[in-house]
Design a protein around this ligand. Structure first.
Ligand code: NAD
Ligand code: GLY
Length: 363
């Protein structure tokens, strides 16, 4: 097991990464504030893994409640959140009850927002079971749900007390989901870690083949990058980009997710195409060359990801992007690349260039 720390002054926590961690009630128990826990999972993950966590906890004397939600991005919404509150209230959970999210990013975001708001906030633990959740969504405390008008529009910052990433769970992950996680892994290389990007170019085939050592290394390096960014700019308020840089490709990608309907495209797939669009726009601004754009597109394609956008039409993209959280005082702030391995936020791209970049990346 390897342990990284998210060094937030008042909310620091560990990320444990390794094999066979689900049954480590000892690791979980250290982060519980009472003998009460609620495990939130979904109908796909629960049959595979819920008992692996619940049984040892019960054996250790913890009263465990189970909440099993419907699967999928479309369930990341208000009505599902309310079923979490119903269950917490029905079981008379108090403020010392710890909510444990067992699943991918959808469960982490839903359960985390539930924990942030139930009785004004209860302790929370992330047990991510997708690659995307192990490298990104379980770390950093962003929680929330979608609104029909926009992705992740309702939410809260609520840091977990612990992240327990059991890499064995990736064995049952569908190939398409593994690729979606690789989009966020590649993102770290593009925005701030050129040596990691080069490592990914040499090792992408091993990652696709689920080589255990390669996956562990990629998860650790991704989490180290994320932990560093979050520790410096927890609430995404830094003027120099800070945490906002983690959103490379997301403004374009969220437009795809919302535009085609939640759950049609996987989040990582939409981010992959969004990163191609951001790279193309960076080329139009004179910051990258054509060879750089091709290099990014090739790596994403080798990771099994789409590199051509949904045919929504540039106007619809622009309309959806105008609702993004990165719009400040009416100006769209995009994350772009000055070089491979160096991202910036930029609010001065012309609509014509944004439109042309979208157009160039759609069929
Ligand atoms: P997901 O949670 O929908 O999981 C993908 C699929 O894999 C689901 O069908 C799930 O049931 C299944 N699954 C999960 N673990 C499995 C396993 N071990 N074996 C077999 N099947 C398994 O999707 P995701 O890609 O993990 O997360 C995407 C979500 O995360 C999006 O809603 C996105 O907005 C959010 N996100 C949040 C943050 C954040 O910082 N909070 C960051 C990135 C993404
Ligand atoms: N996934 C972007 C962030 O956590 O800030």
């Amino acid at each position: 097991m390897r342990t990284l720390r998210v060094a937030l002054p008042e909310r620091a926590y560990d990320i444990h990464i390794g094999h066979n961690l689900l049954g480590r009630a000892d690791l979980l128990a250290k982060s519980l504030v009472s003998q009460r826990a609620v495990i939130v999972s979904n109908e796909v993950v629960a049959p595979l893994y819920l008992d692996k966590i619940a049984a040892p906890l019960r054996k250790a004397g913890v009263h465990v409640t189970e909440i099993v939600l419907p699967d999928g991005e479309a369930s990341k919404r208000w009505e599902t959140l309310n079923t979490i509150f119903d269950a917490l209230l029905a079981d008379r959970c108090d403020r010392t009850t710890t909510v444990i999210a067992l699943g991918g990013g959808v469960i982490g975001d839903l359960a985390g927002f539930g924990a942030a708001t139930y009785q004004r906030g209860v302790p929370f633990i992330q047990v991510p079971t997708t690659l995307l959740a192990q490298v990104d969504s379980s770390v950093g405390g962003k929680t929330g749900i979608n609104h029909p008008r926009g992705k992740n529009m309702i939410g809260a910052f609520w840091q977990p007390k612990l992240v327990l990433a059991d890499t064995d769970t990736l064995r049952t992950l569908p190939a398409r989901e593994l690729s979606a996680g690789l989009a966020e892994v590649i993102k770290y290389g593009l925005i701030r870690d050129l040596p990691f990007l080069e490592w990914l170019e040499s090792n992408i085939d091993k990652l696709i083949a689920r080589d255990a050592d390669a996956l562990s290394y990629a998860i650790e390096r991704s989490c180290a990058n994320k932990a560093e960014v979050v520790a410096r700019d927890e609430r995404e308020t830094a003027k120099d980009g800070g945490r906002a840089l983690l959103n490379l490709g997301h403004t374009f990608g969220h437009a795809i997710e919302t535009g085609v309907g939640y759950g049609e495209w996987l989040h990582g797939e939409a981010v992959a195409v969004g990163m191609v669009m951001a790279t193309e726009l960076s080329r139009r601004l004179g910051w990258l060359g054509t060879a750089d754009v091709n290099r990014v597109r090739d790596l994403l394609a080798r990771a099994g990801l789409p590199v051509v956008g949904a045919p929504l039409g540039a106007d619809r993209y622009l309309d959806l992007m105008a609702h993004d959280k990165k719009v400040l005082a009416g100006r769209l702030r995009l994350v772009l690349l000055q070089h491979l391995g160096a991202a910036v936020t930029y609010a001065d791209a012309s609509t014509a260039d944004i439109r042309a970049s979208i157009h160039a990346c759609c069929a």
